[in-house]
Each structure stands twice: as structure tokens, then as C-alpha cells.
Design a protein around this ligand. Sequence first.
Ligand SMILES: Nc1nc2c(c(=O)[nH]1)N[C@H]1C(S)=C(S)[C@@H](COP(=O)(O)OP(=O)(O)OC[C@H]3O[C@@H](n4cnc5c(=O)[nH]c(N)nc54)[C@H](O)[C@@H]3O)O[C@H]1N2
Ligand SMILES: Nc1nc2c(c(=O)[nH]1)N[C@H]1C(S)=C(S)[C@@H](COP(=O)(O)OP(=O)(O)OC[C@H]3O[C@@H](n4cnc5c(=O)[nH]c(N)nc54)[C@H](O)[C@@H]3O)O[C@H]1N2
Ligand SMILES: [Mo]
Length: 728
Amino acid sequence: MIGRNNYRKTKAGGGWKAIRYSLEKAIEVGPWKLWKKMRSANACKTCALGMGGLAGGMVNEQKHFPEVCKKSLQAQVADMKGSIPHDFFEKYDVETLLSYSPKQLEDAGRLSYPVILENNAKYFKPISFEKAIEYISLALTNTKADQTAFYSSGRSSNEAAFLLQSFARVYGTNNVMNCSYYCHQASSVALQMVLGSGTATIDINDLDKTDLVLLIGANPASNHPRLMTKLAQIRNRGGQVIVVNPIFEPALHKFHVPSNIKSLFFGSEIASLYVQPLAGGDIALLVGVLKAILELNKINWQFLKEYTTNWQSVINHASDINWQEIIDGSGVSQEIIYKMANMLLNSKAAIFAWAMGLTHHKNGVDNILALCNLALATGNVGKPGAGLLPIRGHSNVQGIGSVGFTPTLKAGVKQVLEMAYQKELPSINGLDTYAMIESADAGNIKTLIALGGNLWGSNPNSNWASSAMQKIKTSVYLSTKLNQGHIHGRGENTIILPVLARDEEKQSTTQESMFSYVRLSAGGDQNIKGQMQSETEIIAEIANKVLGKSPVNWLHLQNHDEIRKLISQSIPGYKNIADIDSTHQEFTVDGRVFHEPVFLTEDKHAYMEVTPLPVFDPNALRLITIRSEGQFNTVVYEEADIYRGIPHRYCLLISSQDANRFAIKDGQRIRVRGEAGSMDNIEIVVGSIRSGVVAMFYPEANILIKGDIDDRSKTPAFKNSPVWIETY
Ligand SMILES: Nc1nc2c(c(=O)[nH]1)N[C@H]1C(S)=C(S)[C@@H](COP(=O)(O)OP(=O)(O)OC[C@H]3O[C@@H](n4cnc5c(=O)[nH]c(N)nc54)[C@H](O)[C@@H]3O)O[C@H]1N2
Ligand SMILES: Nc1nc2c(c(=O)[nH]1)N[C@H]1C(S)=C(S)[C@@H](COP(=O)(O)OP(=O)(O)OC[C@H]3O[C@@H](n4cnc5c(=O)[nH]c(N)nc54)[C@H](O)[C@@H]3O)O[C@H]1N2
Ligand SMILES: [Mo]
């Protein structure tokens, strides 16, 4: 056991620690076995930065080798360690499993046999696949289509997601939602408004051409570690990185890139300028930078006039607003704002990159619009080396959305699918993710089919999410590992079906990266023994049982080539997927990357919109819920966060100014009260976070948060939620 004091010092990221961790992991499952799997031709399972595929594992989109990070090893090893013991569910009843932590459930092993919990029984029991499919089909047959919901996380394949959304629609519902509503939906909505296209405007090569990255509301050191190599390279060639983050993330200051000897020993500088705004202060800050550029008379007027619309109102807003409002709203001084403006003006080609620090807000869409306004006013969209980069989460979250696992289908897709399936598809609006939980709470969802993920754990207001989800009559989870969602988010009847991970699939599958690059995963041998089935096999069997062979022959669609033909015909930009298994041509989705300032809006201009400054409760602390260095979303691998010096998951990171203000000390235990609930016995960690803002780990802190919903993206405010501290 490592003593608490060992964590008191925050660390630069990466380096020997990452290497040692990797070696330890290799020993857990056998180094050769792990190496073979890591090098197999499959897309990496972690973030959407994307690596692996046809060129083999540990290769990025530029065919560079070796590309590896601690996280990819973590995810791979987790899928290779043994299965859940055969008597696990006999030994532990639901009551006991409810008390298990995310890590305990993750460590229980791989799901390798189907289980069922019937009529709120005390125990899950094994069930055969055949019986389980029959049970699910019966539940679907007996449920009205609009009382059924289909959820997908971002780990599954394009093929599985396309097949499941197709089944849902032919069955009769648009209640098809994915984890992106809790993730980057604000980015997709804003980018769609601005550009007529909801994804990154750049490809990976642009990162080699840029001379400035504005990294705002993202912690790639832990969540997209291979982006750190790119950031270090930008600094090495004389470029700049501006970090905007209320937490001083030590690993964004200095990072030891493990694959570079010099960097490994001495570390690489990452941030040239580190700005710590208030949580939720980004709009004020970004409007402030625009105002400074206006005052410096350096707006790129020619770009605005030629390539954008509504720029005048955005400029007027920046011009009219007074500096005090900007300084108070952002918590950043005018001097620093001017510094940011000058750095941006000195750059020839800048990239604006962001993640959950901007999207997880009541005004998430406005956050992104404000960033887009700044990028456009400096002429940094639509040219090589410059543009907008939402740093996406799951390895295939972008693909899941592209292939239509969304409540609304893109223009034209519905018509093509209606032709292909010879069936009129539903036209009433489907539910988004949060609306679906609300609907479950109102007793209106009878059957839920979840393709991976942890829907319960990803929700704000955990106690409410439990009671809402427990009102569902039949919940079905297709999963690789056990998680709290299976237990707390159980229905009256719950079935958990074990599935193959992508490196174990019997047929090839495809995934899309955050640069819109579609790669082919070859599949491979099972990592562990067990009854796991392919996701598409299960979906097709359920569809066949519920809807029969006509008008759609679902069993025929178990063949991934057949699914890919349909994707190719119906999904914009995906034409090349049809023969990918034989052509071996991975590709970038057409129409996504903008190297010219000609956009996909009706008038081909980028649209700009005024972003009002939000107002917050001045008396509350602003809680941001974040990921630690040792977790992947609701999956916890390590209890401590070594980069931030946080010893375990039940801590509150607070600034020394606020600790003094509340007369609390490092190590003291307190109660944290939020709008939805409170947590006792939380340990204070005094650290480098700006005053007024506190941080805790997700998913545990979801108990506290009500999660106000952004009107446009339907995303809950997981960051900047009001909390109060109570001492005992
Ligand atoms: N290892 C690992 N990798 C992952 C994941 C994981 O859990 N583990 N999750 C994947 C997924 S699904 C996603 S979406 C991404 C998430 O990747 P990130 O978005 O990087 O993750 P978070 O920890 O949610 O928060 C990001 C950062 O935003 C900052 N922040 C919080 N509030 C604000 C604010 O108001 N303004 C600004 N400017 N900054 C703010 C936080 O201090 C934190 O550093 O990572 C993906 N990759
Ligand atoms: N408070 C707070 N809440 C948040 C966030 C936050 O920052 N703060 N972040 C939000 C974000 S960005 C996201 S993306 C969501 C995450 O929401 P989800 O994507 O729903 O959750 P995960 O924790 O990634 O899901 C993990 C589970 O996926 C399953 N799984 C893994 N691989 C596979 C596979 O190949 N196939 C199948 N079928 N199953 C698989 C395993 O059972 C594993 O336990 O949470 C959101 N919730
Ligand atoms: Mo995410």
C-alpha cells in the first residue's frame, strides 16, 4: 500500500511511471500474448484519437509506429484477464453487488455467460443464450414501440450500431440515443450551426503544420495521451500551446513522452501559457480575447466579410461589453487576456482543441460557438494547419453517430433506408438520452436495450437515475464487463449478455476516429474462454425473432459485408466502406475536412452567433466532475490519481485560498452538499485549482449533481455545478 504522503506531490505526466505500469500490466497476462494483441490489426479500444486497424496495432493515421499509451494497454489487459467465476452470481446477491465500487465490479472479470434477474429477484441466474434471446424478443413484442429505448455507448462497431438502429426503426421507434448526449453533443450542435458539418475541420496532419494550439477544457495527459506527443512536437519546433483550465494539470505543464528518449528523461514543456479561468468562465474569456483583438485592430475583416455571416453582431457584442464584466465573468485579468490575443495574432495557423471542459455546461453550445467565433475572426478555419478540433471520447463514438445511432437521421438517410428495408420508418421525434431517463421515471419506458456502456453511471443525480431505471420492466445489456449500471440501473427484469470485444470478433468491423478516419479491425481469437457472442449476431437474432424474415432478412445481415453495403448506400461520406474488407482501403469520410474556407451551410459561409455571458450563483462553489489518471469513464482501474496527487476517489480538490476561507485543512474530512444529494467523509486535498472552483471524480460525484440541461445539446452540466461544504 502506498502511503498517502507519497501522493502529496503532483507529478509531471507520462515517463517511467507509464513504462513501469505497462510492464506490470504485461506481466499480468503474459508479455508475448499482450504484445501480439497490441500489434494485431484492430483499432485501439480507448480514445477517439485512433490507432491500429489495417496497418497493425500501435500505428496511427500517419502510419507512425510505435504509438502506444498506458490507457490502450489498460483496456487491452482488462479484456484479457479471466472471466467472472461461474459461481459469482450465486455467491453475491443484488444487495451485496449494490455496495460494490466501480473498481470491484471491473476487477470481477469478463462477462462470459448470460445472466438474468427475473421479477426483482435477489440473485442474477445464468440463462442460455437461446432462452435469453427468446425472453428479450417476447419483451419487445409485448412493448409498444414508443415505450422502448435503444442506447449505445461509443465502444461498439459501426456494423453493430447500424444494425441495431435499423432494427429499432423497422420495429417502429426513433428512441435511439447514444452516450454523445452526455459528451460532445454540444460540439456537434455548434459545429453543425457554424459549418453545416458537426465534426473536426482538420485531419491529423494539420497538427504537424500548426504553430499554435489553444487547448481549452481538456486533459489529454490522462485522456488522450498520444495527443501529448503532438503538443510536445509543436513546442519543439517553436510553436505555442495555450492551456485554458481551472485546474493546473501538472501533466499539461510538463510531460515525459515515453517514446522519445530526451523527453523521457528530461520531460517536454507543453503549456507556453497556462490560464486558469473560473469554471464556466470560458465565454467571458473568449469574448474578452476577441475584444482585445478588436482593440488591437487586428480582426481579420477580409475573412469575416468573404467567408462568414452574422459577424457584425458578434463584433458588436465584443465591442459593447465592458472589461469589468469580462474580468469578473472569466476570473482572468485583462493582461492575460491581451497576452492570449497577442499569441494568437502571432500565429500563422492555429488549432482550437477542446473536450468536456467546454461541453459539460448548461451553456455548452454557446461555449463552442464562442470558440468558433474567435477562430473565424482570426481566419483560422479552412486552411492547412488551422481549424477546430473537438477531442472526442470513445474510440468509435463518432462512428456510432455517423451511422445513425441518433434520434434523428441525417437528411436523405431515412429515404434510402426505407427503400432498402421496404418499410416506412417512424417519423415522430425520438428521445435524447436524458429525456429517455425522464420518460423512464414517468413510467413510460418498458424495455431498454443497451449496446455497451454504463447508462446509469453516466447520468447526473444518481439516486434519481436509479429509481427511474428501476421502473423499466425489462432492461437488456450487451456488455463485456460488469459495471454498476447493471446493478443500480437494473430493471424489474434484467438480462446481461456477454459480448466479444473488437479484437475477438469473428468478422472484421470498422471504427471512425475523431479525424473522421474509418479503419478496419480484423478481429481475432477470444481472449478468454466463454459463451460470448458477436454484437451483430445477437442483434440480428433478436430482430429475426421479433420481426421475422420479411421485409428484412435480419439473419442475412449478420454478414458484416452486407451491413457495410447498406451503410455505403445510406450514410453520407461512407461510400468507400462497401468493399473495405477486400480493397483494404481505409478512408477519411468525405466532406469533413476543410482546408478551404468553403463550408457546408446553405450559403457556404460560416455562421457566427452572439454568445451571452452566463450568470452563476456567487455564493456557491463551482464543482467540476473529472476523470482521474486511473479510469476510463465509469470504469476505474486505479483508486489514486498519481498526476494530480489525489490519494483516492472520495476527495475534494480545493484551492488554498478557499480552504483558508472555510477554515478547513488538507486531509480533513467534510460533507459536500449538492443540488441533488450530499456525500459524507470526503477528504480535502488542497491543490492547484483556482479559487471558487472545486473538483471531484466522476461517476461517484454524480450523486451530488442535478445537471441542468443545455437546451440545444440536451447535455447535463457535469461541470460547474453548485456545491456547499459542511464541516462536522
Ligand atoms: N484514460 C481515459 N481516457 C479517456 C476517458 C477516460 O475516462 N479515461 N474518457 C474518454 C471520453 S468518453 C471522453 S469524453 C474524453 C474526456 O476527456 P476530457 O474532457 O479531457 O476529460 P474530463 O476529465 O471530463 O475534463 C477535462 C478537463 O476540463 C477541465 N474543466 C472542467 N471545467 C472546465 C471549465 O469550465 N472550463 C475549462 N476551460 N476547463 C474545464 C478539467 O479541469 C479537466 O482538466 O476522454 C476519453 N478518453
Ligand atoms: N459527472 C459526470 N458524468 C459524466 C461525465 C463526466 O465527466 N462527469 N462524462 C460523460 C461522458 S463524456 C460519457 S462518454 C459518459 C460515458 O458513458 P458510457 O459510454 O455509457 O459509459 P462507460 O463507462 O464508457 O461504459 C463502460 C462499459 O462499457 C462496456 N463495454 C466496454 N467495451 C465494450 C464493447 O466492446 N462492447 C460492448 N457491448 N460493451 C463494452 C463495459 O461493460 C464497460 O463497463 O458518461 C458521462 N457522464
Ligand atoms: Mo465522452
